[in-house]
Design a protein around this ligand. Structure first.
Ligand code: ATP
Ligand code: MG
Length: 316
């Protein structure tokens, strides 16, 4: 049995991916799976190496574009190599924040009002006029973020209009399209889903208390900066509502094997959908492994089960 864990790649989240990949590989080696587990980066030799090695299964631990936008999964599907996680088309839907939000809103889930605009619109229509129109429509404060990205890179909070232009520049550094989304003041919660025998199971909600306004890159990956509470300190019915939204996101976006849903719960207890992740982070400080541990599960056992499921999946 040979398993290849793909990690690295050229995205701005390369470092995070390498850490996720290392963690998953170690967990698999310590599981009951009698397999040879190797870690592999993504480069021009990858397809040749995969063809030669013909692994029984690949575990993509790539974050950001290529890993999460479906491209690499399309390649794995074309090579007929089983892999853990969502199909290329579902990963693509989830990776595009405005698309995922619209699908969830159509399914009756609350998601903050937003406008997504490409860089070219600002050039063509004039930045000042466009920003004025956005503030009129969405109000302040608002969050600016790349429509396709992760780890909160390029995301910032705009409390006052004068902060808006630099926030846009920050988002456009990571993506051609920026999303401006109404800020939801509330409790940040991440709800992870994993599948067991094809049945999605929801893990205890993780409450995130970052040191600043946003759960940003340094709050995510500097151990000890962010406080976590599992389960989240919310009333039972609100926790149930969060779990329901995570399961709905998993179903509506047709996500597979594992996913993580990011939510903000407002003062009335309403969970607002921010986004769903087809390749949840698995680093030492990441949310998915913490939620698994709180449920008494190990990353190794859960990943091993998903590897077996992926191998058994017919037609990939
Ligand atoms: N509308 C909002 N209201 C309040 N906080 C928000 C909002 N949008 C984003 N945030 C904050 O910014 C962070 C990053 O936003 P988001 O999860 O949408 O992007 P991301 O970069 O794709 O992150 P990930 O790595 O989780 O995929 C969130 O974890 C949250 O702290
Ligand atoms: Mg997020």
């Amino acid at each position: 049995m040979q398993i290849v864990v793909l990690a690295g790649g050229l995205s701005p989240e390369r470092d995070v991916s390498l850490r996720s990949g290392r963690r998953v590989s170690e967990a698999l080696r310590n599981s009951d799976m009698m397999a040879e587990v190797t870690e592999s980066d993504v480069d021009a030799t990858l397809i040749r190496r995969l063809r030669q090695q013909a692994p029984n299964c690949v575990v993509p631990m790539l974050h950001g574009a290529a890993g999460e936008d479906g491209a690499l999964r399309d390649v794995l599907q074309a090579l007929r190599i089983p892999f853990v996680g969502s199909s290329a088309s579902s990963a693509r839907l989830a990776y595009d924040k405005p698309v995922a939000k619209t699908l969830l809103q159509q399914a009756g889930v609350s998601s903050p009002r937003s406008i997504s605009l490409p860089h070219s619109t600002f050039r063509e229509l004039g930045a000042t006029e466009v920003l004025d129109a956005v503030v009129n429509e969405i109000g302040l404060p608002l969050v600016v973020k790349p429509t396709r990205g992760g780890s909160a890179l390029g995301a910032s909070l705009v409390r006052e209009a004068h902060e808006f232009p630099s926030a846009m520049v920050g988002a456009f550094a990571y993506s051609d399209v920026a999303m401006m989304e109404a800020w939801v003041d509330g409790v940040e919660v991440a709800v992870c889903v994993y599948e067991s025998h094809g049945e999605p199971r929801v893990l205890p909600a993780v409450e995130i208390v970052p040191p600043g306004d946003l759960y940003d890159y340094s709050a995510r990956y500097t151990a000890g900066t962010t406080e976590f509470f599992i389960p989240a300190r919310l009333p039972g019915p609100v926790l149930d509502a969060c779990a329901a939204v995570a399961l709905q996101a998993h179903a509506v976006l047709a996500l597979r094997d594992w996913s993580r849903c990011d939510l903000i719960v407002d003062a009335e207890g309403v969970p607002w959908f921010l986004e769903a992740n087809a390749a949840p982070g698995m680093t030492e400080t990441s949310l998915f492994p913490q939620a698994l541990a709180a449920a008494g599960l190990t990353l190794g056992d859960v990943t091993a089960t998903l590897v077996r499921t992926a191998i058994g999946r017919s037609g990939l």
